[in-house]
Design a binder for this molecule. Structure first.
Ligand SMILES: [Zn+2]
Length: 95
């Protein structure tokens, strides 16, 4: 049996800052990117993910492949969440 090595990650306070330490990608999209020829495209630019609430929790799906990427069951628990954003940055992106 192979055990995955647990990654120790600093856990900052919940906020609207970018705290992503590992991105979630569609495996099929990553395979396509790795096999693609031509100009290099980042996984971020190639991704077509959608996320939404489900009766059990949260699901991320790939729009391009119409498939599940991640489906989390909160098992009835409620978790803290930050749904705020920095207004100044959001307005800059619109211009
Ligand atoms: Zn995909």
């Amino acid at each position: 049996m192979t055990r995955k090595k647990k990654v120790e990650v600093e856990k900052p306070e919940l906020s609207n800052e970018d705290q992503i330490f590992a991105f979630i990608q569609c495996g099929l999209c990553v395979e396509e990117l790795l096999a693609a020829e031509g100009p290099e495209v980042s996984p971020r630019d190639y991704a077509r993910l959608e996320a939404g609430w489900t009766p059990r929790g949260l699901q991320i799906r790939c729009v391009r492949h119409e498939c599940n990427v991640l489906n989390i069951d909160f098992e009835g628990c409620q978790h803290p969440a930050d749904v705020t954003r920095k207004v100044e940055i959001a307005k800059e992106k619109l211009q």
